[in-house]
Design a protein around this ligand. Structure first.
Ligand SMILES: [Fe+2]
Ligand SMILES: [Fe+2]
Length: 182
């Protein structure tokens, strides 16, 4: 699920064009920012603590939250900027570089570590993250729907697919729980 989120955000970055109309640039960037904020919050609330509990000495986890905070600073800056300026394009590119670097670290260090030391917990953690994602998306539905549909129809479909998957996973977990529906 974490890798799928990374793929969707990087795909959104690849749709950004410096010569696009302002409404499209804004919609793409807003979509990226919302996806990054939700993803970072899920990792900080659920994934990183589980990893840290299983391996307190893992230094790679320590730099993840500061990297998220650096992304949040760029996101806050972008929200105050005029999309038709070169500075806006530069800031989008800076954010993209940060995300690529961060994603590379997570996918080559943290995720293999998680698969190794949290193997038996991954399904439960994934279900918790899906449930939390639905809560976070539900808190900003209009923003996500407008920006995703206007800027990135594929991501809008992906969000819908993820939501459907999350609902299906949730109902499967309920069905598999002791006393659950079978
Ligand atoms: Fe991530
Ligand atoms: Fe992260």
């Amino acid at each position: 699920m974490i890798k799928l989120d990374h793929t969707h955000v990087l795909a959104a970055f690849h749709r950004y064009r410096t010569d696009a109309p302002h409404w499209r640039k804004t919609a793409i960037v807003n979509t990226i920012c919302a996806a990054l904020e939700i993803h970072a919050q899920l990792e900080e609330e659920i994934f990183y603590p589980a990893l840290r509990a299983a391996k307190p000495t893992a230094i790679a986890i320590d730099k993840s939250v500061p990297e998220h905070n650096a992304m949040r600073e760029h996101i806050a800056k972008l929200r105050t900027m005029d999309p038709m300026t070169p500075e806006y394009d530069d800031t989008v590119m800076e954010l993209m570089r940060e995300v690529i670097h961060h994603v590379a670290d997570e996918e080559t260090i943290l995720l293999p570590m998680a698969e190794d030391i949290l193997a038996s917990e991954l399904r439960r953690l994934g279900a918790r993250m899906n449930t939390r994602r639905l809560q976070l998306v539900a808190g900003r539905p209009a923003e996500i729907a407008v920006n995703s549909a206007g800027a990135f129809p594929i991501l809008a479909l992906s969000l819908a697919s993820l939501t459907l998957l999350a609902v299906l996973a949730g109902s499967r977990n309920i069905a598999q729980a002791p006393g659950g529906v079978r």
